[in-house]
Design a protein around this ligand. Structure first.
Ligand code: IVH
Length: 658
């Protein structure tokens, strides 16, 4: 049957690709529901044509290969997956099979929530100390993530003495929905690419080379199996969950011992309606036969245990029309495209908007206005568009605005960022945030000017830019809610004090992308005044310590923005003594090009700076010397056209030692 054969091999190929994207790359291109459907198709075809089953079929194994870069560790016993039931009928079928295999013996189910994270094994030594953590990987071999797992607070590093003796705990690593939202919000504001869902972000956070990153991600671990010598221990699953709890592991208390299929179905229904309120995402309910003896008799297939099943909740997805795209300006100026959808019911909730995150996401989805799209709702996360279902007959392209929809200022997309931003710091959309930051302790440290006061000042129109802070009068403040004369006086004094803060605090308060405290200090030290920084081109900016092209571009763009220019003019910035080292080359500007034999560019730069010289990035009429090494390029040519003296390494040394 040639067409069945080719159909099977086509599905396998597709599934392998999806598995690779999902398990290895953590970047799935299809929804779980779609993947499950395809797998079922293959299982069905293979069961009708068992002669076509090959050992390399996706039905014959659990997942994808572990990623390079981590030590690989073999599991003490395979970490298999579960078979799925997608509806009540399939669950009944599972129950019937168990009943049949147990020949009518009474049995119980333990019903647990199916957390949507990634499974992991944690091993403990004879003294009950945590020694090793391994991800599931392909089920036989996983990746060693001990140091990362150690940062997860819910994993005990040692268990009470009475429980010591080698053992292994298996469970699910998850990222709580709140933490996921916060992380993505931070990433969005920083212009970084976003995680698609809490599961991907848990996986990404556990499988990083730097454990510090894991530590910052608020991962959680829920234990659901206790193994001794590769075997489940005790007499029942429920008992082992209680033991795990006693040992100090986090075990989900939302579980139930069910005496019948009906009780199990009740648990499933209860949690389907309450899942939104949970602090983490679940995608179903896991039912396990409670007695370990019965479990053993039921045994395993090549894929999964016969004593357990995962009941999957239906995906909360629907198809609808993308009618329009609008743009929102966030509190840090990031511009987010928002999909305006034809209202649609997504499993009980009406949805009319979805976030599109950024320009790259629109391109990735290949989205145009008029397309029919698949929207998905998960947890209390804003709905998102998963894919285009069908293209519009007359698709209209989506373009990011060139002007900020709120203040009309220019929109820029900085190098290495996925976000487009409004960089006018007086833009009404970001004003509160700007002023709050400006007044905060680490910046201008204006005593008494906290979040609530800033909100009032902006809402009442008393502050329309940070310059207005310095125009506030005592009577403006006294008129505000819950403001006595004494506190108003204190704030006025705080503002007065702020006028005398050092230049770097003012620079830092401007909220220029990538310019934090440290860079502000460097800029203040190397330029001495706001005017000098403003006048500097990107090359000159880059001549300052630690200022690379990305920061230089952000600074330059900031000062180009007309609203910002106006604001700068209305502020009285202090100046600062330039901390330039003076020496016999003070006032001389050098440009380095090509490779200088035995001398790195940084070494050459510090040697020049040590005697007062400056190093710039590009050649102009103001350049005093060009130092050219091997493979010097266009800078050397430019030096020749502009008649700038050219030195080789020896020439430079002669000058430095003059
Ligand atoms: S039992 C062989 N219990 O769901 C037993 N799994 O679809 C396998 N999961 O790989 C695991 N919550 O990542 C089990 N309470 C729970 C679970 C759970 C989430 C995940 C786990 C597993 C997948 C199977």
């Amino acid at each position: 049957m040639p067409d069945v054969n080719s159909r099977i091999s086509h599905i396998r190929k597709q599934l392998r690709q999806y598995e690779h994207e999902y398990y290895v790359l953590d970047k799935p291109s299809v929804s779980d529901a779609e993947y499950d459907d395809l797998m079922r198709n293959l299982e069905k075809l293979e069961s009708e044509h068992p002669e076509l089953i090959t050992p390399d079929s996706p039905t014959q194994r659990v997942g994808g290969a572990p990623r390079e870069g981590f030590r690989k560790v073999e599991h003490s016993s395979p970490m298999l997956s579960l078979d799925n039931a997608l509806n009540e009928g399939e669950l009944r079928e599972f129950d019937r099979r168990v009943r049949e295999l147990l020949k009518g013996e009474p049995f119980e189910y333990v019903a647990e929530l199916k957390l949507d994270g990634l499974s992991m094994a944690a091993r403990y030594d004879a003294e009950g100390k945590f020694i090793l953590a391994v991800t599931r990987g392909d089920g036989t071999v996983g990746e060693e993530v001990t140091e990362n797992a150690r940062t997860i607070r819910s994993i005990p590093l040692v268990v009470p003495e009475e429980f010591s003796g080698q053992f292994e705990v298996r469970g699910e690593v998850v990222m709580p929905t709140r933490a996921f939202q916060k992380l993505n919000q931070q990433r969005e504001e920083a212009g970084l690419s976003l995680y698609a869902n809490p599961r991907n972000s848990a996986a990404g956070s556990l499988r990083v080379l730097d454990p510090k990153i894991t530590a910052s991600r608020q991962l959680d671990f829920y234990a659901y199996f206790l193994l001794k010598d590769g075997q489940y221990s005790g007499t029942s699953h429920w008992e082992s969950l209680e033991k795990l709890t006693a040992m100090g592991f986090k075990v989900n208390p939302k579980r139930r011992l069910c005496q019948s299929l009906d009780e199990l179905l009740e648990f499933i229904r209860e949690w389907e309606s309450q899942r939104e309120a949970l602090p983490y995402e679940i995608d179903g309910v896991v039912a396990k036969v409670n007695s370990l003896d019965q479990q053993q008799r039921l045994g395993w297939t090549a894929r999964a245990p016969r004593w357990a099943i995962a009941f999957k909740y239906p995906a909360r997805q629907a198809e609808t029309l993308l009618e329009e795209v609008t743009f929102q300006v966030g509190r840090t100026g990031v511009i987010t495209p928002v999909a305006e959808l034809k209202k649609v019911n997504v499993s009980g909730v009406m949805v009319s908007r979805a976030t599109l995150h950024n320009e790259d996401e629109i391109a990735r989805l290949d989205l145009s206005i008029g397309d029919t799209v698949v929207v998905e709702r998960s947890g209390d996360v804003i709905p998102k568009i998963l894919q285009v279902k069908s293209k519009a007959i007359d698709p209209q392209p989506i373009t990011m605005p060139k002007q900020c929809p709120v203040c009309g200022g220019p929109v820029v997309r900085l190098e290495e960022e996925v976000a487009s931003r409004c960089i006018n710091i007086s833009c009404p959309a970001r004003l509160k945030e700007t002023v709050r930051y400006f007044a905060s302790r680490s910046v201008m440290d204006i005593d008494g000017m906290g979040e609530k006061l800033v909100d009032q000042l902006v809402e009442k129109g008393l502050v329309r830019s940070i310059a207005d802070v310095f125009r506030l009068r005592l009577e403006d403040l006294i008129g505000l809610e819950r403001m006595g004369e004494k506190s108003a006086q204190r704030i006025m004094e705080g503002i007065e004090k702020a006028r005398t803060r050092p230049l770097w605090r003012w620079i830092s308060g401007l909220g220029i992308p990538f310019v934090g405290e440290r860079t502000a200090q460097i800029l203040a030290r190397s330029f001495g005044s706001i005017e000098e920084i403003r006048r500097a081109d990107e090359d000159r900016l880059q001549a300052a310590e630690e200022v690379g092209p990305k920061i230089a571009q952000a600074i330059h763009r900031f000062f180009e923005e007309p609203h910002n220019q106006k604001l700068i003019e209305s502020l009285e910035f202090p100046t600062e003594e330039k901390k330039v080292i003076t020496g016999h080359l003070t006032g001389k500007t050098f440009v380095l090009t090509g490779t200088l034999d035995g001398l790195t560019r940084d070494e050459a730069k510090s040697m020049i700076e040590a005697v007062g010289g400056k190093v710039a990035g590009s050649v102009s009429k103001k350049t005093h010397y060009v130092v050219a090494g091997e493979d010097a390029g266009s800078k050397l040519e430019k030096a020749r056209t502009l008649n700038v003296p050219v030195l080789d390494k020896e020439g430079l040394f002669a000058l430095l030692n003059a």
